[in-house]
Design a protein around this ligand. Structure first.
Ligand SMILES: [Zn+2]
Length: 481
């Protein structure tokens, strides 16, 4: 069976005010506290375009390699629904701001358990279009009534539509992860799925190998987590295969996702062929984009792919490490602040990704309030490089830095930590270890070079991690020859 998936992603833009009025955009405010005649759809109220929302739309289009229309306009989509009191939504139909473009997928955007088994590495998922519209109000279904909160009504919303060329639930996961990263890089949206700032409808159809015509399109509505999208699509693939194997014919239908049950459920069969009677909104003049494109272009950030490549080239880190660093904009900025001008940028990447990340996780802190500054981490790495402290001592010093915010050199001085580099003292330790381990010593003499590491480990242990490992290696080798 061949799986075909297309996504429609809704992204709340990061503007201070709404799309067509001056009401603030704020998550979690008291219901209906951010409203005015325009976003309540009162008769006679007139919309005014939020220029920043248009800039962010065009910036998104530029980041995703879209063609930007030189002139674009808003249309009215006519329908009746309680969350939309004007009885039409202002959206874009005939001339959206952005056409085509793509989202590049990368290995680390896939779910962890699927990264070893990627079907089409470096795939680009093509887009159909990106348009700008206003969000509708939120309805809450209470016991005997329905409440509507108009705070969300009129919030600037991007709709990003992909071509139906995603071929697995894992690829859909990678698409959303990679797209979200780019949106965060451009500071276009906070893209927090839990807050509904990134939502997604999935279209999925299955067809037998060799059949070119697409199977019945099943839509899963209102997905609000990337892992939920993966699980919902995986469930649908199984459900549809089983149905087709039983000889059933699938019908076009709309389904919902019950996350706790781990199942999709039928919402409605047969889509109505809605006639929305789109027409250009007479209250809003067409928008010429030339100046806005210029402004958006000046705000183009370095994109995740470019950052990954540059980290490899400029700092000599592995492609994998560069990927993990670039996955998180703040982590990448931290690493870069530490690595700029550093003698050992590769060690800094290791420290950032291992010790620092796990200390932050243990403390439940984010990189934004990390008690160890990038410069302080660089100083620590330099102390190890210079042989002042051993790698093992550095781990201790790091934990102390994290707990107290003191610098590495202050802690080293205060605690009298230093690496044992006195050759006579190390020789004594080596003699003791060789005497206590006659077999590995004999093995090494017989040409078993790996035995040296064992003996070295024993000396390090005996010195409680303070001995200079390079010196230990040298002295052991000399003694065993
Ligand atoms: Zn308003």
């Amino acid at each position: 069976m061949l799986t075909t998936i297309g996504l429609e992603v809704h992204v709340q833009l990061r503007t201070r005010s709404k799309m067509f009025c001056a009401c603030p955009v704020e998550f979690g405010a008291a219901p209906n506290s951010h409203t005015c005649p325009t976003c309540l759809g009162l008769p006679g109220a007139l919309p005014v375009v939020n220029a920043e929302a248009v800039r962010l739309t065009i910036l998104t289009g530029l980041m995703l390699e879209c063609e930007i229309a030189s002139e674009s306009h808003f249309d009215r989509k006519n329908y009746f629904y309680p969350d939309m009191p004007k009885n039409y939504q202002i959206t874009q139909y005939a001339r959206p701001f952005c056409m085509r473009g793509w989202v590049p997928l990368h290995d680390l955007a896939y779910p962890k358990d699927a990264q070893k088994n990627i079907e089409s590495p470096d795939k680009k998922v093509e887009l159909v279009r990106i348009h700008l519209e206003e969000d509708v109000a939120r309805s809450f279904h209470l016991e005997n009534s329905t409440g509507i909160d108009f705070n969300r009504a009129g919030t600037p919303l991007l709709e990003i539509v992909t071509e139906p060329e995603i071929n697995s639930p894992e690829e859909a996961f990678a698409f959303l992860t990679a797209l979200r990263q780019i949106l965060l890089y451009g500071e276009v949206s906070y893209a927090d799925m839990e807050k509904g700032q990134l939502r997604c409808d999935c279209n999925i159809s299955l067809r037998p190998q060799g059949q070119s015509e697409l199977g019945a399109k099943i839509e899963i509505k209102n997905m609000n987590s990337v892992s939920g999208v993966r699980r919902a699509l995986a469930f649908e693939v199984r459900r549809q295969i089983e149905a087709l194997e039983r000889g059933e014919t699938l019908q076009q239908e709309t389904r919902g996702w019950d996350d706790s049950a781990g199942e999709t459920f039928l919402m409605r069969t047969k889509e109505f062929a809605h006639d929305y009677r789109y027409f250009p909104d007479p209250d809003l003049p067409p928008i010429r984009t030339e100046a806005l494109v210029r402004e958006a272009r000046s705000r183009l950030p370095e994109l995740p792919g470019a950052k990954r490549e540059r980290f490899v080239k400029q700092y000599g880190v592995s492609a994998y490490d560069a990927g993990v660093l670039a996955n998180d904009l703040e982590l990448a900025a931290y690493f870069e602040a530490a690595a700029t001008g550093a003698r050992r940028p590769k060690s800094l990447a290791n420290w950032t990704l291992n010790d620092l990340q796990s200390a932050l996780a243990d403390a439940g802190r984010s990189i934004a309030d990390c008690p160890v500054s990038p410069a302080a981490l660089d100083e620590l790495v330099n102390l190890v490089e210079a042989g002042t402290i051993s790698g093992k001592q550095a781990k201790e010093v790091f934990m102390e830095m994290f707990a107290s915010g003191k610098t590495a050199s202050a802690i080293v001085q205060e605690k009298g930590i230093e690496q044992l580099s006195d050759a006579t003292a190390i020789e004594a330790l080596c003699d003791e270890v060789i005497a206590a381990n006659p077999k590995p010593a004999a093995d090494f003499r017989a040409g078993h070079t790996a035995s040296l590491n064992f003996l070295k480990g024993q000396v390090m242990k005996l010195s409680k991690g303070t001995a200079n490992p390079a010196l230990v290696g040298k002295i052991l080798e000399r003694k065993l020859r």
